[in-house]
Design a protein around this ligand. Structure first.
Ligand SMILES: C[S@@+](CC[C@H](N)C(=O)[O-])C[C@H]1O[C@@H](n2cnc3c(N)ncnc32)[C@H](O)[C@@H]1O
Length: 284
C-alpha cells in the first residue's frame, strides 16, 4: 500500500469513486434512513434566521437545503465536500423559494482556507469522521467560526450498538468475511464512537462547552427488498462485498440472507432497525 500524498487522500478518493458512487445511487434511501438523526443534529444547532452556516461533508446536500430553509432568505449556507459525484446531486436539488443562498464547495474541510470567523454555526450529518488529522480539521473549522458560534453534528456510536450495521454482516457471515477491524482512531464511520476521543479532538481544535448526548432511534423505512438491497451496498457489509469484489450471484445470495434476517423488523412504516449515535455540540 502506498502512503497518502496529501491530507485525506484515501478518503477523498473513496468518496469520489466506489463508496461515493454507491451513495449517489442510493441517495434517496440513505436520505430517508438518516433524516431523523440529521434532524436531531440540526435541532441541536438551534439555527436562526439570517445566519451563515457551514455544512461539513454535505454529500448530496439534503441537510444543506434544510439548513437553507432554517436560516431563511437572508441566510447563507456553504456545503463543503470533496466528492464530485455527490456534489453533482447536491447542486441539482430543488431549493424552496424562501430558503437562504446555497453554495456547494468542492474542498477538503480539514485544509480549506475559510474566511476567518465567518460562520455563525457549523453543522454536519455524519460528515466529520473522515479526517486524517481531526484535531487540525476542527481547528480549521473553529478558525472559520465567529467567537461563540455553535457546532452541532451527529456521528455513530460503536458498531456493536448499531444492529442495522451488525445484523447484515452476521446474516451474510458464511458468504463474505467482515472487514478487518480498523484502528479505533482511523478515519471512517466509527472514528468518533469513543466519547473521550471526541472531547479530545474538539478540545485540540479549540472548541469549548463540548457536550455529547446519546440519540437512539430506529432507522430505515424501506420495504424488505429495498432494505436488503441497501444493506448489501452500504455500511460494513457493502464495504466487505466491495472489498471481496463480489460478483452479482454472491451479492444476490447476501441480499437474500439479509432479507431473511431483517424480516422481524418489518413494520407498516417499512423495515426499522435500532441505531445509536452521538449528537455533539460545542461553541467556538
Ligand atoms: C457518510 S457521508 C454523509 C454525507 C451527507 N452529510 C449525508 O448525511 O447524506 C460522509 C461525507 O463526508 C464527506 N467527506 C469525507 N472527507 C471529507 C473532508 N475531508 N472534508 C469534507 N467532507 C468530507 C464525504 O465525501 C461524504 O459526502
Amino acid at each position: 500500500m502506498t502512503e497518502p500524498q496529501t491530507a485525506n487522500q484515501t478518503q477523498i478518493e473513496g468518496w469520489n469513486e466506489g463508496v461515493g458512487k454507491t451513495w449517489v445511487r442510493f441517495q434517496a434511501e440513505l436520505d430517508r434512513q438518516l433524516e431523523p438523526i440529521g434532524a436531531g443534529a440540526l435541532r441541536a444547532a438551534a439555527l436562526q434566521l439570517g445566519q451563515t452556516v457551514l455544512d461539513v461533508g454535505c454529500g448530496a446536500g439534503a441537510t444543506t437545503v434544510e439548513v437553507a430553509s432554517a436560516v431563511g432568505r437572508d441566510g447563507v449556507v456553504i456545503g463543503v465536500d470533496p466528492s464530485q459525484p455527490l456534489l453533482a446531486v447536491a447542486r441539482a436539488r430543488p431549493v424552496p423559494y424562501e430558503a437562504g443562498q446555497i453554495t456547494f464547495l468542492a474542498a477538503d474541510a480539514q485544509t480549506f482556507g475559510f474566511e476567518p470567523q465567518g460562520f455563525d454555526a457549523v453543522v454536519s450529518r455524519f460528515g466529520v469522521m473522515f479526517f486524517d488529522d481531526p484535531g487540525a480539521a476542527f481547528a480549521n473549522l473553529r478558525a472559520g467560526t465567529k467567537p461563540g458560534g455553535r457546532l452541532a453534528f451527529c456521528c455513530w456510536r460503536g458498531m456493536e450498538e448499531n444492529p442495522w450495521m451488525t445484523l447484515p454482516l452476521t446474516a451474510a457471515a458464511s458468504l463474505v468475511s467482515a472487514p478487518a477491524p480498523s484502528a479505533p482512531d482511523a478515519p471512517g464511520p466509527f472514528a468518533f464512537a469513543d466519547p473521550s476521543r471526541v472531547r479530545a479532538v474538539l478540545t485540540a481544535g479549540g472548541w469549548r462547552d463540548i457536550a455529547l448526548e446519546t440519540f437512539d432511534t430506529r432507522i430505515g423505512g424501506g420495504d424488505l427488498d429495498e432494505s436488503a438491497r441497501l444493506m448489501t451496498r452500504v455500511g460494513p457489509l457493502g464495504a466487505a462485498l466491495r472489498e471481496a469484489q463480489a460478483d452479482k450471484a454472491l451479492i444476490a445470495q447476501a441480499e437474500a440472507a439479509v432479507r431473511a434476517a431483517i424480516e422481524p423488523y418489518a413494520t407498516p412504516g417499512g423495515v426499522l432497525i435500532p441505531s445509536a449515535t452521538w449528537i455533539v455540540t460545542a461553541s467556538a
